[in-house]
Design a protein around this ligand. Structure first.
Ligand code: DP6
Length: 366
């Protein structure tokens, strides 16, 4: 195992440091997938590679105060979400931390007081597990950094954070980076791995540099199916192999169009990916229709208007009914006009404006 993934040697005085208390705080973003992760092989290993970009405005902030647990029977956790203690979630985190024992040697020796909060509402149509798990992973690793004999270099730090985030939620492993990142072994991406995400190894064309993601909230009710169940439905899915092959091919094409600044191919792959994800849900057993009638109305309207007005704008969907409109910065004004016609299909007319983001930020280390 490489240094980036295995436990590192703790400093001889790590218990003294913990007695004094070790603090950390990370802000980490949600992300939107263009090539979708849908299906797992084994424990948090993706059945196909995926690619996404981190958002700017949708993030989680997580603070941890770590104290010495002299009985070394940790990790013990107290968890506060948006100002309210949540013991049920604390025990889920303890279970997750037990999975992390091979990766973070200090865990048995700590009490962790974790406080977390999102800056976007629960029903925002933005998956909170990616920002939450990446912020938690970065914070846990940052505590390790403060207790180690030797520091991890930046590359190893983010890879290990990504690996830890992945064990919490697959899509979270892509959130530890700014801009575009990909996860899962793929021949076109050197250093790609099923174990952690990597930032893309090229500069995307100008159309994608400040890409916008505007979320049209069609339905603010909780998801019909959890991602966990959705991934499981791929296990015996009759079209699974074809879907995994499609994602591999789409990732190659996505790489080329990002490099070549080719919006049309980008739009076509992005939309195919969204529709394939929903097609998998519809054709699973049992089948689920996650789109809402208004999702389809928006798609029809959008497709017609962008053709009439020659606008570079496309849509993607997560495993739910809300649409993400993606467009280059320069199309802002034209898309604003189309959005003003689409809000009639949104729940309470709700729209969330976001853009590609600069990735996680920390307050106390790195
Ligand atoms: C549709 O990462 O939420 O958003 O690993 O079980 O936590 P778990 O699943 P999760 O799945 C995300 C699925 C998706 C597509 C994507 O983000 O790639």
């Amino acid at each position: 195992m490489s240094k980036s993934t295995s436990a590192m040697t703790l400093s001889s005085d790590f218990k003294d440091k913990l007695s004094e208390g070790v603090n950390t705080c990370w802000k980490s973003p949600a992300n939107i997938a263009l090539v979708k992760y849908w299906g797992k092989k084994g424990h948090q290993i993706p059945a196909n590679p995926s690619l996404s970009f981190s958002l700017d405005e949708a993030y989680t902030i997580t603070r941890i105060h770590a104290k010495l647990n002299p009985n070394a029977n940790g990790p013990k956790v107290s968890f506060t979400f948006e100002g309210e203690k949540n013991p049920a979630f604390a025990s889920k985190i303890e279970q997750f931390l037990n999975d992390l024992l091979p990766h973070l040697e200090y865990l048995p020796h700590v009490y962790l007081e974790i406080e977390s909060g999102n800056n976007f509402p629960h029903s925002a149509g933005i998956a909170s597990s990616a920002s939450a798990m990446s912020a938690l992973a970065l914070s846990l690793l940052c505590i390790e950094q403060q207790l180690l004999e030797e520091q991890l270099d930046d590359n190893s730090f983010y890879r290990k954070a990504s690996l830890i985030a992945r064990l919490g939620s697959g899509s979270a492993c892509r959130s530890v980076y700014a801009g575009f990142s990909m996860w899962g072994k793929h021949d076109d991406f050197k250093d790609s791995s099923d174990n952690y995400a990597i930032p893309i190894d090229f500069k995307p064309g100008s159309l994608f540099e400040n890409i916008h993601d505007t979320i049209l909230l069609v339905d603010q009710n909780p998801k019909k199916v959890s991602s966990r169940v959705g991934h499981q439905l791929m296990d015996n899915h009759p079209f699974a192999k074809a879907r995994y092959d499609q994602a591999v091919t789409n990732l190659s094409k996505m790489r080329s169009c990002l490099i070549e600044n080719d919006w049309d191919t980008f739009a076509s792959i992005t939309e195919t990916e969204a529709l394939s994800l929903h097609a998998m849900m519809m054709s699973s057993s049992p089948g689920y229709i996650l789109m809402h009638p208004n999702t389809l109305k928006i798609v029809e309207h959008l497709v017609e208007k962008r053709k009439q007005n020659h606008v570079n704008v496309c849509y993607t969907l997560d495993a739910g009914p809300n649409l993400h409109l993606l467009y280059p910065e320069e199309e802002n004004d034209k898309v604003a006009l189309i959005i003003s016609e689409l809000t009639q299909y949104c729940s309470d007319g709700k729209v969330i404006y976001d853009t590609i983001g600069k990735g996680p930020e920390n307050k106390h280390c790195k």
